[in-house]
Design a protein around this ligand. Sequence first.
Ligand SMILES: Nc1nc2c(ncn2[C@@H]2O[C@H](COP(=O)(O)OP(=O)(O)O)[C@@H](O)[C@H]2O)c(=O)[nH]1
Ligand SMILES: [Mg+2]
Length: 457
Amino acid sequence: MFSDDTIAAISTAPGRGGIGVVRLSGPASLETATSIFHAKSQAQLDQPSRAHLGRVIDPATSEIVDEVILTFFKSPHSYTGEDVVEISCHGSPIILARVLQLAIDRGARIAEPGEFTFRAFLNKRIDLAQAQAVRDVINAQTQYQARVATRQLEGELSIRLTPLKDTLVEVIVHLESSVEFVEEDISPQTASLLLTKLQLVIDALSAIADSFSFGRYLKEGFDLAIVGRPNVGKSSVFNRLIGTDRAIVTELPGTTRDALYESTSISGVPVRLIDTAGIRETTDLVESIGISRSRTAIADADISLLVLDASEPLTGDDIRLLNHVSQERRIIALNKTDLPARFDAASIPAVDGEVISISALTGDGFDLLTGKIFERLSGDAATERDDIMLTDARQHAAVRNAIEQLRDASERMRSGELEEIVLLKLRRALSALGEITGETLTEDILGQIFSTFCIGK
Ligand SMILES: Nc1nc2c(ncn2[C@@H]2O[C@H](COP(=O)(O)OP(=O)(O)O)[C@@H](O)[C@H]2O)c(=O)[nH]1
Ligand SMILES: [Mg+2]
């Protein structure tokens, strides 16, 4: 990717719409655009940030291609930091392709996926964390995801990291000067001051790293398996959680023979729901294959929702399942509570913790249930609006790496090891943090990140 040429792409989504935008960025944007654009009025086209009504005309045939609005954003006050022109056409794929082709014929190059944002990054309009947030905003499937990504787009992560990096630099400078200018070791007082500073950085970074336990669910979603013996109402619970009659529900035990998957969201967190075949002792071949798939689903799921039927006494199959599904990863729901109860939640063996009473028939208890699921996902993590949330695995790995280096450096400082080794560790920590915002990254990692963008962004 080179920044001295001019790139062009259709920046709106494929398909038809009210308008569609062809975007150009680079030194020749305005020249290229004006060679195919004819303004209706005598306006000065190079006046930035003004919308101009006009027509795109094919210079070869003088044919009118579309009536459009052209907007010019002058460097550095544009998305990419370069000269940018946006041509808003009618939202027809045919017209957009034609306008793009005209720009290409006049020397622009088709943009690579994410190249506009990549240029914004290269020109320091945004840092790498913000560039990734652009992608996350576009890919968001829930309001919650969009909200967190928008905050990251505002530069929240960099704002949190900057003072920590500054402190690190301070410590490094201090140690470096003592290595260069002082014959003797740094005094115990200074050492303890530096150690305190490092600990503050470690604590702050740990809080950021911890937010990933929930952040990754928010970004990638989670798997929730609905399990239980036959006929307790698993498919009914599944249908109610996704809001449609996807799974077949009958009064016959063994109706669901194979696992069913459906994506939805719970409290704004994307979830893949798995309706499983009821688990019981059986000699039926097809059913037993379904049951073995249920067991796999339980093993793979982030959370298993274990459904019991309150209207019938607990059975041996129930008890076996209660013992089989691990406490930490299960939530117990007592279903059919609209019917007279045949046992009491307190009498369920092998349970410490809450049992949620629900009715898949009436919908009672489902707010509590989804609240419980959300609580289990978030754990102690911050889920509030103004708290930072790490959602990216690469960023998480970088923070973890920095923490490790800093712990190691502190350890060595305490035991009075050579400053050079301590310094090496501190610089590594600093460089790991730089990877998040993109100051210290190799070209191929950058390439990898931006290749996951869509074209025109
Ligand atoms: N009264 C009542 N019946 C329910 C409830 N949930 C499910 N059922 C009924 O229980 C039977 C089995 O339900 P189903 O969802 O197929 O159970 P599964 O075998 O565990 O998937 C069906 O006749 C459902 O209508 C509930 O909350 N209350
Ligand atoms: Mg079923």
